[in-house]
Design a protein. Sequence first.
Length: 171
Amino acid sequence: MKNRRMIITMLLFLFVSSMAANAQNEKFKALFLYNFIKNVEWPQAYKQGDLIIGVVGNTPIIKELETITGSQKAGNQSMKVKVFSSPEEISNCHIVYIAPNKSSLIPQISSKLNGNPTLIISDGKGGVQQGSAINFLMDGDKLKFEISKQHIEQRGLKVSANLLNLGVAVN
């Protein structure tokens, strides 16, 4: 009986630790996104009104992004988060973040946003190869990102050399 309690306690501890680590990763991803905004330049027409961050899929990053956008600005622009459940709903976003469970939609979203100055950010294996400009990945326990200068520039956006140097370049 005592062993059983100890095992249950250890499993509960591991589960809570895992959830805390996942929440921490979502917070880091949201901070990365905010810093991407500082290092990408949109066309003049997109520098007016609110800076819109679209999120495709239900993901804990939404809460983290809402916390950041509630207290920070992008230059002189207020930031807003919009949540979409399908590619058809997406419109007028500066950034579209695609949740890991929606990564199969990357090609469809990329095609829908063709010609729009929208930075597509994914969070799944092979995201850049499917059409996103930036893709989060885990390297052991470290959060990193792949970045495609070509995909960014194809959308009429300019990226800073600093951001390019921080990411893993993918063409």
